[in-house]
Design a protein around this ligand. Structure first.
Ligand SMILES: Nc1nc2c(ncn2[C@@H]2O[C@H](COP(=O)(O)OP(=O)(O)OP(=O)(O)O)[C@@H](O)[C@H]2O)c(=O)[nH]1
Ligand SMILES: [Mg+2]
Length: 145
């Protein structure tokens, strides 16, 4: 079984850097790696919001994670923007949307996101996650195994 390479993108302070640091055994800024119980190795890369997506040039990813900060000024608009920016990659690799900061910003609630995705025929899984929680990130990563 090969390695899994995951790319984390998404809105400002959504928790991309935190998500990787939470689960990684080896961690440099915005890069982390760890081995699952199954022996499978994961390499995770986080983009920084506002920076050019230089990681995209670094080769082939097996999965894309779009993190959306629910405490941002327009989180549903953020989904629209990230789905548009990454539409080519999304068409090629498994992609999951994770909504963060729901503990401090409970609105919009998840049904609003599901409605938005349905209305725009965007068929991507969406889940609430807390990047500070190991079990939460592992549940997300399970989607890529
Ligand atoms: N309360 C709360 N804090 C969170 C959550 N997710 C992340 N944080 C905090 O938000 C802050 C920003 O997290 P980062 O991991 O730096 O966010 P980022 O997506 O890497 O941000 P950029 O690199 O600036 O794009 C940190 O202090 C995290 O601990 C969450 O779900 N709830
Ligand atoms: Mg970061």
């Amino acid at each position: 079984m090969g390695e899994i390479k995951l790319l984390f993108v998404g809105s400002q302070s959504a928790g991309k850097t935190t998500a990787i640091a939470t689960v990684s055994e080896v961690n440099a800024l915005d890069y982390g790696e760890f081995t699952l119980d199954t022996g499978q190795k994961l390499r995770c890369y986080a983009a920084t919001s506002g920076q050019p997506y230089s990681y995209l040039a670094k080769g082939t990813f097996n999965g894309l994670i779009i993190l959306i900060n629910n405490a941002g000024s327009d989180p549903i608009g953020d989904i629209a923007r990230y789905v548009d920016t990454f539409r080519e990659l999304i068409s090629k690799i498994k992609t999951v949307i994770g909504i963060t900061h729901l503990d401090v910003a409970p609105e919009p609630e998840l049904p609003s996101y599901h409605n938005y995705l349905r209305e725009h025929q965007i068929q991507l899984p969406l889940m609430a996650i807390d990047p500070r929680s190991r079990s939460s990130i592992m549940a997300l990563i399970k989607r890529f195994q």
